[in-house]
Design a protein around this ligand. Structure first.
Ligand SMILES: *Cc1c(COP(=O)(O)O)cnc(C)c1O
Length: 374
């Protein structure tokens, strides 16, 4: 039976290329009939979630017949306290992707535009196109820049016009791992008209150790057109339970809350997040493992003459000096999953998530073998 519903889909959806997630461990193990594959493809925490979060989920699952607290009151209260903001400033999401999508649904229409950088996080173009808005992509820093491939804020400013409603900035950015200083980002925000919502995506905030790296939450009082997004998917190791949040002016939060699903954050996620916030040791350990792992990968690349984009996140993009898709496939055959980033404009790079010391060593060893073959 034929079906021609594509022509009835919203214009943006007709040509939309869906997000490509990293390959799952289960899928690869099934395909190759092997066990103990290593996945360093989705910037997940190699230490897993806090044991306290695991216990909280286990204890609460017996209440799964009940709907979650649709307002997420306890979690909002805790987050508000932690970040020194009013509860009314917080919007909870089914992952921070949910928040990005809510922003697009509320503020973007077919006669408006969003600005983001070349090589920026793939979800920005997707949510923009899905609602039929125009994406204006600012050229990134050139390869020989001090922050190669990073956001060029002047280029972003130059794309502003009367139709601009949203600017998306990831600090640090994924997949590049590049970042913006307090001074540059703050003066950029100051220069943007108050009618434009500025989204500062801080998914990797807890990993960054640079002294000049800002916490954009500190600026919310100053800029009513700022929204900062954070997630439990990265340092908290809870990517599978889906929880993120936005912090903004209460009026912006109120608008986002009008369109979100009434129960967009499930009850297990809420319990897990509450417990995870109490486990500062786990966050600290995760930061240490990441800092060491970043160094380990950087040293290994330098020793081999492989260039990479200097990253402050929990991942690094390595230039394998040839089409990376082939290297990716050869690594898969050795049970190692990393991320090709051709879709981000990097056909010769692979993005490798920082794993444990052993995982990092395995990926380096496998890369050595594969680059000999390739
Ligand atoms: C991983 C990531 C997120 C987090 O997405 P969730 O929906 O919270 O899992 C957000 N922004 C960027 C730039 C990311 O890399």
């Amino acid at each position: 039976m034929s079906c021609d519903f594509t022509r009835f889909a919203a214009a943006g959806v007709q040509t939309l290329k869906p997000y490509e997630p990293g390959k799952s461990i289960e899928e690869l193990e099934r395909e190759l009939g092997l066990q103990q594959a290593i996945k360093l493809a989705s910037n997940e925490n190699p230490l897993g979630p806090s044991p306290r979060a695991v216990d909280a989920v286990r204890e609460h699952v017996i209440h799964a017949a009940r709907y979650p607290d649709g307002n997420g009151s306890k979690l909002k209260q805790k987050l508000a306290q932690r970040h020194g903001v009013a509860e009314a400033c917080i919007t909870l999401g089914n992952g921070s992707n949910d928040i990005l999508e809510l922003i697009a649904r509320v503020f973007l229409t077919s006669d408006t535009a969003a600005i983001f950088s070349q090589h920026a996080f793939a979800v920005y173009p997707i949510v923009t196109q899905a609602v039929g808005a125009t994406a204006r992509v600012a050229a990134a820093n050139p390869p020989d820049h001090g922050m190669p491939f990073g956001h060029d804020l002047n280029a972003m400013t130059s794309m502003l016009d009367d139709t601009t409603r949203v600017v998306f900035i990831a600090n640090p950015n994924n997949p590049t791992g590049t970042w913006l200083t307090e001074k540059s980002l703050q003066s950029f925000i100051k220069s943007i008209p108050e009618t434009v919502l500025i989204v500062v995506d801080e998914a990797y905030w807890d990993y960054v150790r640079e002294p000049e790296y800002p916490n954009a939450i500190d600026w919310l009082e100053q800029f009513p057109n700022l929204i900062v997004t954070r997630t439990f998917s990265k340092i908290y190791g809870l990517a599978g339970v889906r929880l993120g949040f936005g912090i903004s002016h209460p009026e912006v939060a109120n608008l986002l809350n009008r369109v979100r699903q009434p129960f967009n954050v499930n009850s297990l996620a809420q319990k897990a997040a509450l417990a995870a916030l109490d486990d500062e040791d786990h966050v600290h350990r995760s930061q240490m493992v990441n800092a060491k792992g970043l160094r380990q990968l950087a040293v290994a690349c330098s020793e081999r003459g492989l260039s990479f984009i200097p990253s402050v996140g929990n991942f690094v993009c390595i230039d394998v000096g040839q089409p990376a898709m082939r290297v990716y496939q050869l690594l898969l055959q050795r049970g190692i999953i990393v991320r090709p980033v051709e879709n981000y404009g990097f056909p010769n790079h692979l993005r490798v998530t920082v794993g444990t010391h052993e995982q990092n060593r395995s990926v380096i060893e496998a890369l050595d073998r594969v680059l000999l073959e390739a």
